[in-house]
Design a protein. Structure first.
Length: 141
């Protein structure tokens, strides 16, 4: 998982270079996030609000259910920056979206297959023949 310091540095590196014309017009950084990971912690602890306030820049958090709609919002100019999984940026660029993304290798395996307690599925091989749900174009697909 990204450390707070890494998140702040990455956000600042992506956001502050554009603050000349961007901040003059908007005075607000619109961040798209999903209810998971380090973005939730940053929002709850107001880490970015505290850092950007001294530069006269506010923060507006916009929640998304998955990566593809978040990237659509970035491409449409409704969001300035956001965090998504591995696959959505690839699908977005393949569809012609003019986005830039930064990727990193995760420190741990934060992925899981979730089943009911009484499920017959106990191992990856048990998925053979099972019905599996996922969000198309998300980190799962």
């Amino acid at each position: 998982m990204l450390s707070r310091r890494t998140l702040l540095a990455a956000t600042a590196a992506l956001a502050l270079p554009s603050t000349g014309s961007f901040a003059q017009a908007n005075k607000e950084l619109r961040i798209g996030y999903q209810k998971s990971g380090v973005w939730v912690i940053a929002r709850q602890q107001q880490l970015l609000e505290k850092r950007f306030a001294k530069h006269g820049l506010g923060v507006k958090w916009i929640e998304f259910t998955s990566g593809p709609p978040l990237l659509e919002a970035i491409n449409a100019g409704a969001v300035d920056i956001g965090g998504v999984g591995d696959s959505p940026p690839i699908f977005a660029q393949a569809a012609g979206a003019a986005i830039v993304y930064v990727a990193g290798v995760p420190v741990n395996n934060g992925q899981a297959i979730v089943v009911k307690p009484n499920s017959r599925i106990r191992d990856l091989k048990d998925l053979k023949g099972a019905r599996v749900a996922f969000t198309k174009g998300s980190e799962c697909a």
